[in-house]
Structure formats: structure tokens, C-alpha cells
Design a protein around this ligand. Structure first.
Ligand SMILES: [Fe+2]
Length: 197
């Protein structure tokens, strides 16, 4: 086991690849293993969710990832998937749909995704959201609280209070820049509120 781990580290260092197939941790999680399906070998800090020509209002999700001790966490994979601007997961090879992306944090723990603002599921009363997971090399993978939006009427106090705030709460305040692009921030606190971390 130890030898395998060292070998993986060696490969990762020289080939500049990220780790894959870390165990799912943090309690029951349907579909958590899908984070590895289709994950590119080379990841970047500034990533995209879905194609550049996806219809909808442009949105950028920025954030920093922190270790439990408050230091920035480098080399963490942040995985995201979401509905499109009509509230559907576009059909794809996995049930996470076609709007997915992976970002790798830099040495300051930063990551970002360019995407479109998701719509809420039609007629379901669930707020607009972007699903997030993290992959921690040599530790595990787990889902964390979705990014949700404080200007969304469906994001009620009652809904907020129902959230577990895994790795911090995901409530964000969207702001539109002069180019009409929504920007939100979602900082991530590794292990915070994650069972059996
Ligand atoms: Fe969803």
C-alpha cells in the first residue's frame, strides 16, 4: 500500500497528472464515483463547465480552498456539474449530465469555473444550484454544499437552514460585471462538516 502510494506520487510529480479513484468518504453518496469519469489528465486552475457556446447568462465561479489549519490547499481537484439555463441536466454519458468541469487549485488554493447561470429544476421549488465535489489526493473524494444564490427567490431561510454546510456553506451573492457576466465566490474548507473525515 505504501509503495503504491509513493509510486503514484512519483508518477504524478513527473507526469503532472492528478490522482484518480480516491475512495469516497464523508458518508453515503450516490454517484460520487462519477467524479472520475471523463476527468482530463491535465487540469488547470481556470476551468470551464460545459462548452463555451452553452446558452445562458455567463457566470464565473471563483473560490479558494483551505486546509483545516486555515492554510491554502494546493493541488485539490474541484469538480462541478449543473443544470443548463432551462433547468435540465443535458444528456450525456453519466447521470451528472453534459455540463461538468474540473479545476485544480494553485499554490494559493485558488480555482475558477466559467459557465452559465443554472436555472432551477422546472416546477420543483428547489433553488438554482451548482453541485460541487472535491478530490483530495491520497485522502478521498466527497460532495460538498452546492453553490446557491442569495438573489434566487427559491433560496429561502428555511432552505438555508436545511443545508449541512459541508466544507462551508455554499450561499453566494451574485454580482454582474460591466460585461454582463455574473460572478460568485465559493470558498471551500476541506473536511469541515464532513463525517468521518
Ligand atoms: Fe441538482
Amino acid at each position: 500500500m505504501f509503495k503504491t502510494s509513493l509510486f503514484t506520487l512519483f508518477l504524478a510529480f513527473f507526469l503532472n497528472v492528478t490522482y484518480a479513484n480516491e475512495p469516497v468518504i464523508g458518508g453515503p453518496c450516490q454517484g460520487c464515483e462519477l467524479v472520475f469519469v471523463g476527468m482530463p489528465k491535465q487540469l488547470s486552475t481556470e476551468s470551464t463547465i460545459g462548452p463555451a457556446n452553452e446558452k445562458g447568462e455567463k457566470m464565473t465561479v471563483n473560490g479558494k480552498v483551505y486546509q483545516l489549519n486555515g492554510m491554502p490547499a494546493k493541488g485539490i481537484v474541484v469538480y462541478a456539474y449543473q443544470t443548463n439555463a432551462e433547468g435540465f441536466y443535458p444528456k450525456s454519458t453519466t447521470k451528472h449530465g453534459g455540463l461538468r468541469g474540473w479545476a485544480l487549485t494553485d499554490n494559493k488554493g485558488r480555482y475558477s469555473f466559467s459557465t452559465v447561470r443554472p436555472a432551477a429544476y422546472p416546477k420543483r421549488g428547489i433553488p438554482q444550484h451548482i453541485h460541487l465535489h472535491v478530490i483530495e489526493p491520497n485522502k478521498g473524494t466527497y460532495y460538498i454544499d452546492d453553490v446557491t444564490f442569495n438573489d434566487d427567490p427559491l433560496l429561502t431561510q428555511q432552505y438555508k437552514q436545511s443545508r449541512p454546510c459541508r466544507a462551508g456553506c455554499g450561499f453566494s451573492t451574485p454580482e454582474k460585471n460591466t460585461q454582463g457576466v455574473w460572478t460568485v465566490n465559493r470558498d471551500i474548507f476541506l473536511g469541515k462538516g464532513i463525517p468521518d473525515y
